[in-house]
Design a protein around this ligand. Structure first.
Ligand SMILES: [Zn+2]
Length: 77
């Protein structure tokens, strides 16, 4: 969807690009939704957390959402 500009579900070309995936944490603070990997998940403290924010592509017709990591190389372990 990001590259084609077309919805893979309904074929509509009206795609809303680069919308921010917003998450609500404790106390209702909004922040960009993130995706993370851990280089050392079994560690107690130093888990080597790597994360990136995400952006969404949304079909204006059927509402299908595709998520993309903004900086995928960051979480590539
Ligand atoms: Zn669609």
């Amino acid at each position: 969807m990001k590259k084609t500009g077309k919805c893979p579900k309904c074929g509509c070309a009206d795609v809303i690009a680069d919308a921010k995936a917003v998450d609500r944490g404790d106390e209702s603070f909004e922040h960009d939704m993130k995706i993370a990997t851990f280089g050392n998940p079994g560690a107690l403290i130093f888990k080597q957390k790597k994360e990136t924010s995400m952006s969404a592509w949304v079909c204006a017709s059927c509402g299908f959402v595709e998520l993309y990591a903004d900086e995928p190389w960051r979480i590539n372990t």
